[in-house]
Design a protein. Structure first.
Length: 198
């Protein structure tokens, strides 16, 4: 209880500090009612509302969080989950997934790496490029818009009947044309960019 009281006191002190800064810049402040006993909303204004700061103290945590923009997305945790998945596989599938991941990043250094659908590595750039799925006997790369891509090297060998996706199934002992794959990845990025602009 003592620790919790100290936590709340700390949050109030931080809020007071920000209000002092607001007054120093010629602004006023107006407290708005709390929806929760540990949640306070302060609105800084100069004639009308300009900004909002949200402070929330966590039970026994002593942490104060500011509301962040949804566009600021960290992928570090996703990368760590993919690292862990590769280690967990511990066989040729892990090695293949790791190699495919490297090729994707070489083809597009600006690619965004995510972990979705309860355990599937996903790579995106202005939209989904491809996934890296692992099954008992196959490692599969599924290209979200593969049907719209030129594949002169014939890498696509699965999901050939659909109107949108195409996939590459890789079995143990098989090798893949790495340069052709990187060309395919770059083509997927180009397609995503053109679609985003239109």
């Amino acid at each position: 209880m003592i620790h919790h009281a100290a936590t709340v006191h700390h949050a109030i002190a931080v809020a007071h500090h920000h209000c002092q800064i607001a007054f120093a810049h010629g602004c006023g402040f107006r407290p708005v009612g709390a929806h929760h006993r540990r949640r306070r909303r302060l609105i800084l204004f100069g004639g009308k509302a300009q900004n909002a700061l949200f402070f929330k103290t966590r039970d026994l945590g002593g942490e104060t969080d500011m509301k962040k923009s949804g566009s600021q997305k960290s992928t570090s945790s996703s990368s760590q989950l993919i690292d862990a998945r590769i280690r967990e596989l511990g066989d040729w599938r892990g090695k293949m997934l790791s190699r495919l991941r490297t090729l994707v990043k070489e083809a597009d250094p600006e690619v965004v790496e995510e972990w979705k659908w309860r355990g599937v590595p996903v790579w995106s750039h202005d939209g989904l490029i491809c996934t890296g799925e692992t099954y008992k006997n196959v490692v599969k790369m599924t290209f979200a818009k593969g049907a719209a891509l030129q594949d002169p090297s014939g890498l696509f060998n699965s999901s050939l009947d659909g109107n949108t996706r195409r996939a590459i199934d890789i079995h143990e002992g098989e090798k893949i044309d790495e340069e052709a794959l990187k060309t395919l990845i770059r083509a997927a990025v180009t397609l995503n960019k053109s679609t985003a602009r239109s």
